[in-house]
Ligand binder design. Structure first.
Ligand code: FMN
Length: 333
């Protein structure tokens, strides 16, 4: 399948693995890229630019296919040394960067000068248009279903994607709620040139996280995510657990007076304990509603191959069948 996204990034299939804190290590990025998608290392999970340089080198040892790095621009008081992280990316010869969070505007000249393709993750049409204006090559449009930070507009992909298609000139991928061949065909129908998956890629053999995390995703249903930090305008979709229940209780008690300090124990520094040690109740961790569509733990190659063959079956069988009159009784997997 060729789309604007496969051509832009030089990949075989229009499937991207979004940056994920304490999940997007070299093992996962390389496995996704080896499967023909675009694997992404999460830049800030590496505590220093030097460590990111090492992670990029490790990934290069595991794949000769293109892979990218995620740079999340946080609303932090003490910002990470972004120029040094970018230097590590440039010197590591990485040609794709997924930016997220605040606008990457001030870093665009450095990224473009190095010939890097930039895909910015946005949760609204207006931010997507801004990304287009400042020279991003593509956007990843993250609907309300997504794991992580869906923004504050609460527009699901059924509306957000066609709205993005109406306004954007640059290509975009659908992100949030994507799991399988059905998602890919739907995304393409709504105007996207591919899809970005986060949560689905955690439940794969190569994802370097504790088995408890993968099992939790298989066990979870689409009803099991919660939105936290709404009153701080830093909404995050997470998997419910005992500590998330506690956090929501604190949010209800404090109302508009909530500060980040009130929920420090539930959100600060919990990722290593969950992802690496498998302490599933340690705190809040990002997870999409798509958990309801995750029923197994395949390898990245099995997953990507399955998505592509399912998409082909849907397009050639089910959709063409409707047109040629043979599809009325055909059921999709
Ligand atoms: C555990 C986890 C951690 C994430 N960490 C980041 C991150 O550090 N930076 C970022 O830009 N997006 C992050 N995301 C968002 C994903 O890149 C992606 O946009 C999102 O998962 C898409 O929605 P889905 O989970 O429904 O596929 C994270 C998502 C998950 C599930």
């Amino acid at each position: 399948m060729k789309t604007a996204i496969t051509e832009l990034f030089g990949i075989e299939h229009p499937i991207i693995q979004g940056g994920m804190h304490f999940v997007g290590f070299a093992e996962l990025a390389a496995a996704v890229s080896n499967a023909g998608g675009l694997g992404i290392i999460t830049g800030l999970t590496q505590k220093t630019p030097e460590l990111l340089a090492k992670e990029i080198a490790r990934c290069r040892d595991m794949t000769d296919k293109p892979f990218g790095v995620n740079l999340t621009f946080l609303p932090a008081f003490s910002a990470p040394p972004y120029p040094e992280y970018i230097a590590a990316i440039v010197e590591g010869g990485v040609k794709a960067v997924e930016t997220a969070g605040r606008s990457p505007e001030q870093y665009m000249p450095a990224l473009k000068a190095a010939g890097i393709k930039v895909i910015h993750k946005c949760t609204s049409v207006r931010h997507s248009l801004k990304a287009e204006r400042i020279g991003c090559d593509a956007v990843s449009v993250d609907g309300f279903e997504c794991g992580g930070h869906p923004g504050e507009d609460d527009i699901p992909n059924m509306i957000l994607l066609p709205r993005a298609a109406e306004e954007l000139k640059i290509p975009f991928v659908a992100s949030g709620g994507m799991a399988d061949g059905r998602s890919l065909v739907a995304a393409l129908s709504l105007g996207a040139a591919g899809m970005n998956m986060g949560t689905r890629f955690i439940a794969t053999k190569e994802a370097p996280v504790h088995q408890n995390v993968k099992n939790a995703l298989v066990a979870a249903t689409e009803l099991d995510t919660r939105l936290i930090m709404r009153s701080l305008r830093n909404t995050e979709r997470v998997l419910k657990n005992a500590n998330v229940d506690r956090l929501l209780e604190i949010e209800r008690e404090k109302g508009d007076k909530l500060t980040i300090d009130d929920i420090h124990d539930q959100v600060a520094g919990v990722y290593p304990r969950i992802m690496l040690d498998g302490q599933m109740d340690a705190g809040a961790w990002s997870c999409g509603m798509v958990a309801g569509l995750i029923h197994d733990i395949p390898s990245c190659k099995e997953l990507v191959d399955r998505i592509m063959s399912e998409a082909e079956t849907i397009i050639r069988g089910r959709l063409m069948g409707f047109l040629d009159g043979t599809g009325a009784t055909r059921k999709v997997a």
